[in-house]
Design a protein around this ligand. Structure first.
Ligand code: PLP
Length: 377
């Protein structure tokens, strides 16, 4: 991009990380598959690249795009969201304490409990929507507070600025898993030090690529260690995966607007349905976290959940009857998904049995409503 003007997020998403290929003039970026790069006669590396685990041009482009989109100084891309989270945890030292939400993504719970606690990290799980509980968990060893908002599967909202402020007051860093609300929520602007993404979800956007990222407000300090771990332990995405994610990101702001509009319509319709006992969507004024969500999100994203009476059997029956919604886990793709969370391995046992989670895609909202209406009959 040649402009120095202040540009808007849609423009940024289309152009960030992209450049016209200097060698050929290609408008669509090439994919650099090379694992190794030529040295000059003096033994140097004239283009700055040595070996592709450390850095390669396609991953560099993705990382530049990620940093631009989240408003950070630097980004590191990984082969999955959990590889990105893992790099942040590895950058801590044994004995450090992490404070995480009780309802954090179940893969993160497993990572903390089964891997990093065994290696000497101390972890306290708290209700992240309650600042008093967070403050009670502080110890002199507190190094990191991990936020995930909206939460899974109840869409609880954590006040990012309040938690970041508390973290900084205690001399700790604050990382926010922003997988569920890219573009519409900007944790770095709200005071978080790091954003983590599973780029498998909305950033890729088409359910066809796995990836993860850490985006840092400041490139110096703690993030340097994350960068070192990326190259040294090698949990990196392939050039083709980087290319797919960067391509997905070009339409991200437009997709997030459409996902959010569709989800609000469907949530509003579900509220009035006689078989629906509860709807969890932060865009509804009746949602417990709506006030905070309205302050820290510019839109409410495409994830929601609802509860039907009659427990697991009734919920599974509804999921079985949908024709457009696909019964599958994951989220953030163009196609709508429906999932009975309580029967997922590793899911929090507190997840209501009658709960169905929806990832609202880009189909016409009326088609999705008709599909749910028939399934709920
Ligand atoms: C999917 C997901 C992850 C894990 O990402 P992977 O790419 O599957 O490793 C982490 N956090 C949230 C909120 C997710 O939805």
């Amino acid at each position: 991009m040649r402009t120095n003007r202040k540009i808007r997020i849609e423009t940024l998403a289309v152009h960030a990380g992209h450049s016209i290929d200097a060698a050929t003039g290609a408008v669509a970026m090439p994919i650099h598959l090379s694992t190794t790069f030529e040295r000059d006669a003096e033994g140097g590396y004239p283009h700055g690249y040595v070996y592709a685990r450390g850095a390669n041009p396609t991953r560099d482009s993705l990382e530049q795009g990620l940093a631009a989109l989240e408003g950070g100084e630097s980004a590191a891309a990984f082969g999955s969201g959990l590889a990105a989270s893992s790099a942040i945890l590895q950058a801590l030292a044994p004995g450090d304490q992490v404070i995480a939400p009780t309802d954090v993504y179940h893969g993160m719970t497993k990572l903390l409990r089964e891997i990093y606690m065994r290696w000497g990290l101390e972890v306290s799980f708290v209700d992240m929507t309650r600042i008093d509980e967070i403050k009670q968990a502080f110890t002199p060893k507190t190094k990191l507070i991990w936020i995930e908002t909206p939460s899974n599967p109840l869409l609880k909202i954590t006040d990012i600025s309040a938690v970041a402020e508390a973290a900084h007051g205690a001399g700790a860093l604050c990382a926010c898993d922003n997988t569920w609300a890219p573009v519409v929520q900007r944790p770095l602007d709200l005071g978080a030090d790091f954003v983590m993404h599973s780029t498998t979800k909305y950033l890729g956007g088409h359910s066809d690529v796995m990836g993860g990222a850490v985006i840092a407000r400041k490139a110096a300090g703690f993030f340097e260690r994350v960068r070192e771990i990326q190259g040294a332990s090698g949990g990196i995405p392939s050039p083709f995966d980087c290319w797919l994610i960067l391509r997905g990101m070009r339409t991200l702001p437009c997709r997030m607007r459409a996902h959010s509009e569709n989800a609000l319509k469907i949530a509003t319709w579900l509220v009035d349905h006689p078989r629906v006992d509860a709807v969890h969507y932060p865009g509804l004024a009746s949602h417990a976290g709506h006030e905070i969500a309205a302050r820290q999100m510019s839109d409410f994203s495409g994830m929601l959940s609802f509860e039907v009476g009659g427990g697991a059997a009734a919920a599974l029956d509804v999921a079985a009857k949908t024709e457009i919604f696909i019964r599958a886990t994951s989220l953030g793709g163009v196609e709508s998904l429906i999932e009975h969370r309580a029967s997922i391995k590793g899911e929090d046992p507190r997840t209501p049995q009658g709960l169905l989670r929806l990832s609202i895609g880009l189909e016409h909202p009326d088609d999705l409503i008709e599909d749910l209406a028939e399934a709920l009959e």
